[in-house]
Design a protein around this ligand. Structure first.
Ligand SMILES: NC(=O)c1ccc[n+]([C@@H]2O[C@H](COP(=O)([O-])OP(=O)(O)OC[C@H]3O[C@@H](n4cnc5c(N)ncnc54)[C@H](OP(=O)(O)O)[C@@H]3O)[C@@H](O)[C@H]2O)c1
Length: 290
């Protein structure tokens, strides 16, 4: 697929990991359409030069309107923190988008998933929903590419509270931290070849650090302190304060205590060019341009 006159619909294009993909696709010459619940917000976030269709993924009519005439659809949705909402976003929305794309002869659907998405490792509502969503995409018959990305560097600041960064749980596994810009470049490149079709591609950054090591590097650079907390403690605090986000985070981090990266990035790197940016390089940039 060349970029000229090709339109890609991004669903979740206002999100932390969807917006850079929409921007990269546009920079690479694709026409980019967004399905957005709040078009004004989308317009403000992304600026001019995007087609915006107002709608929710729960609406079959909005999905069909947004998919009219597109060559590809990229999904970057986020569910949770309740089990029902993970199922709604990571499973049912993926299924409905894939089925509509098949019906409408869309050339391909790409989706951001995660590593450790398999029946064997499906020990949380999120991972169970992602397993079902991936299965629904594959069985829909639409050509697909699944991006099984490792941890994004952009998530590190999300753990900062005041002057400390919370190291939740005991995560012993080395993780290949990836900068979202490298990932976005790889997604856009995937639309420029048919070799990526019907594949699961592992997107791993150039260096591996455990969560604790990455947080230490982040802390040294930004002057915050690493504050360790067990998943049990966070779950208990979440229960006591009725904080569903904290309860959900405790469950998520327990999953990543259990499972390290699986799969190999070799095929993604060969087809799409290996990610280059290291954590130290990423930290050198001002927050706004990361
Ligand atoms: N964190 C990591 O390191 C990592 C690694 C691998 C994979 N992932 C996965 O990446 C995915 C995206 O994460 P993120 O951080 O980018 O999420 P995010 O910032 O919360 O973005 C979610 C996007 O989905 C849109 N959305 C939500 N509900 C919708 C609905 N009903 N209809 C239409 N659009 C809807 C949101 O639009 P609005 O603007 O309307 O809210 C937003 O654009 C998640 O599934 C996550 O598990 C994350």
């Amino acid at each position: 697929m060349t970029t000229t006159n090709k339109t890609i619909l991004v669903i979740g294009g206002t999100g932390m990991l969807g917006k850079p993909v929409a921007q990269q696709l546009k920079a690479d010459g694709f026409n980019v359409r967004l399905l957005a619940r709040n078009p004004e917000k989308a317009q403000k976030l992304l600026g001019a030069g995007y087609e915006i269709v107002k709608g929710d993924v729960d609406s079959p009519a909005a999905l069909r309107e947004a998919m009219n005439g597109v060559d590809g659809v990229h999904i970057s949705l986020k569910g949770g923190p309740t089990e029902a909402d993970f199922d709604r976003m990571d499973h049912l929305a993926t299924r409905d988008i894939a089925n509509a794309a098949k019906e409408m002869n869309v050339g391909r659907v790409t989706i951001l998933s995660a590593y450790a998405v398999s029946e064997e490792k499906a020990d949380t509502p999120e991972s169970r929903s992602k397993v079902k969503g991936e299965a629904a995409l594959k069985s829909s018959g639409v050509p697909y590419t699944i991006f099984r990305a490792s941890w994004f560097m952009e998530t590190l600041p999300l753990f900062v509270q005041g002057k400390s960064i919370s190291l939740i749980g005991n995560l012993p596994h080395p993780l290949h931290w990836i900068a979202v810009k490298d990932y976005a470049r790889m997604v856009s490149k995937s639309y420029q070849t048919n070799e990526t079709l019907n594949k699961e591609l592992y997107i791993f950054g150039p260096e591996a650090y455990t969560m604790g090591e990455a947080m230490k590097i982040y802390a040294e650079h930004t002057g915050v302190k690493v504050a360790p907390m067990s998943t049990q403690m966070l779950a208990a605090l979440g229960l006591l304060t009725f904080n569903t986000e904290w309860k959900g985070m405790a469950v998520l981090m327990k999953h990543y205590e259990n499972w390290g990266e699986d799969g190999s990035p070799e095929e993604a790197n060969r087809l799409l060019g290996a990610p280059q940016e290291t954590l130290q390089e990423w930290l050198q940039k001002p927050l706004t341009s990361q």
